[in-house]
Design a protein around this ligand. Structure first.
Ligand code: CO
Length: 475
């Protein structure tokens, strides 16, 4: 008889679920009516903040993400709240100064985040050390996430070593972040056992469903010692999202790993989200043929929809398969970065341009140049020499040190001055430190939201957006 070892479940419905399937458009109004039921389930944690949610809250939902976090904290009284932090990129798409990281993490902790999942797209741990240090200083749970990817230059032991280095940095737990659903059950078993044999910390599996591996990966991963798995409520599961909680609870039911979660209460929540899904006319998570081809192109589902949008703008929708074939080439030339925000956007943008222009690399976007210069950190292996020469006028332009050390440290001060200038004679708007952080990260949409707030039109704008989102149902 195996020792009883309850599997813990973190629910990602309110972060990754809608980010993967609803273009990150879940409003706080969708969460409020069902929050108490979710809080009662006994989840290990709820991932509700960070990733793309911060940007989309401001840009599309016209919600102040900090206000949303405070509301979430009030709604979820029992279950710890988790967020996803892109290391030195925070919730943005480029590196910020250490001061910004300190202020952001502090305010996230103060406003309600208990557990911070921190990762860097390149697994360059110089880009996560500041964020992890800040989380620890706040006395909160710091989780180091290993970005799982496959390439000729990645092997299991490299990933195990990242886990060991995270442990040396003093993290409280380790996550294996499989954003493209590439981690298979047997590899997971090997990876988890090796990490567990080297590091005495809880290990969490974060897998996306896409090609269908995730459920078996969780089973073998748990058997090998993984402590926590990530799932979503059924209507926001499958496809580009996480596997459904219902299936996983059933799989482990009456085994030494029994989650202890109540099946019928979980179904009530699924029924609620199913109604929200129908109102929006959103698809369930499905795996299309091109999604199943992920094992070749490695492009996560969310990124494929971005590519389609980019191609539509150039009236070139028919070029999608060419772009999907171009991505692995660009990825190789850029030194095999894992495809996750922001490197997925960097590689994707270049691949689209390479397909649309007559000549490959005829045009190179600013972000790709920055990447080649080392502004995002150290790629897993060296960048194609020819491409490097095209980008760098002088080989000495390359940054070898920690990217954040090259950033001017006055982002906050600058943002504060600009915001105060914009709203200088406003009596009915108090600019908070949170507002300044939002503005430093996303100036235009923060300005828009604050303007609505100043004019007393914020709630009306949110209601209209909500109305629009939930009136597309066709079932
Ligand atoms: Co994810």
């Amino acid at each position: 008889m195996v020792d009883k070892r309850k599997v813990l479940i973190t629910d990602t419905t309110m972060r990754d679920g809608h980010q993967s399937l609803w273009a990150t458009r879940m409003s706080i109004k969708d969460i409020e009516p069902i929050a108490e039921e979710i809080d009662d389930i006994g989840y290990h944690a709820l991932e509700v903040w960070g990733g793309a949610t911060f940007d989309t809250c401001l840009r599309y939902l016209r919600e102040d993400p900090w206000e949303r976090l405070r509301t979430l904290k009030k709604l979820f009284k029992k279950t710890p709240l988790q967020m996803l932090v892109r290391g030195q990129n925070l919730v943005g798409y480029k590196h910020y100064s250490d001061e910004m990281v300190e202020r952001f993490i502090h305010k996230a902790a103060v406003n309600g985040i208990d557990k911070f999942r921190v990762f860097d797209a390149l697994n360059d741990l110089r880009n996560v050390e500041k964020a992890i240090e800040c989380v620890k200083n706040e006395g909160k749970h710091a989780q180091g996430a290993i970005v799982f990817t496959k390439s000729p230059v990645h092997d299991i032991d490299d990933l195990v070593n990242i886990g060991i280095r995270y442990a040396e940095m003093g993290v409280n737990s380790i996550c294996i972040k499989d954003m493209a659903g590439l981690l298979g059950p047997f590899t997971a078993s090997e990876l988890v056992s090796k990490i567990k044999s080297k590091v005495d910390l809880p290990v969490e599996l974060h897998c996306h469903y896409i090609g269908g591996l995730a459920i078996s990966t969780y089973i073998k991963g748990v058997e090998a010692g993984a402590d926590i798995i990530n799932t979503a409520s059924l209507p926001l599961a499958f496809g580009a999202s996480q596997p459904p909680v219902e299936t996983l609870v059933k799989i482990f039911w009456n085994t030494p790993y029994d989650t202890g979660l109540d099946f019928s209460n979980i179904f009530d929540i699924a029924t609620y989200f199913e109604e929200r899904r129908k109102e929006r006319g959103m698809d369930r998570g499905v795996t299309r043929i091109r999604d199943m081809q992920i094992f070749e192109h490695q492009v996560p589902g969310g990124m494929i929809s971005n590519l389609i949008t980019q191609l539509q703008q150039s009236k070139a929708e028919d070029k999608l398969s060419e772009v999907l074939a171009e991505i692995p080439k660009v990825r190789e030339e850029l030194g095999y970065p894992p495809l996750v925000t922001p490197t997925s956007q960097i590689v994707g943008a270049q691949a689209v341009i390479n397909v649309l222009c007559e000549q490959r690399y005829q045009m190179i976007p600013r972000e790709v140049k920055a990447y080649v210069r080392g502004e995002y950190g150290k790629p897993p292996t060296s960048i194609d020499a020819k491409l490097e020469r095209m980008v760098l006028d002088d080989p000495n332009d390359k940054i070898e040190g920690r990217p954040a050390d090259y950033i001017e440290g006055n982002e906050f001060e600058k943002a504060e001055a600009e915001l105060k200038e914009i709203f200088n004679d406003s009596n009915n708007l108090e600019i908070t430190e949170e507002d300044i952080i939002s503005y430093a990260l996303f100036p235009q949409s923060t300005k828009d939201v604050l303007t609505l707030k100043q004019n007393g039109e914020l709630e009306k704008a949110q209601d209209e957006i909500y109305q629009e989102l939930t009136s597309k149902g066709n079932e």
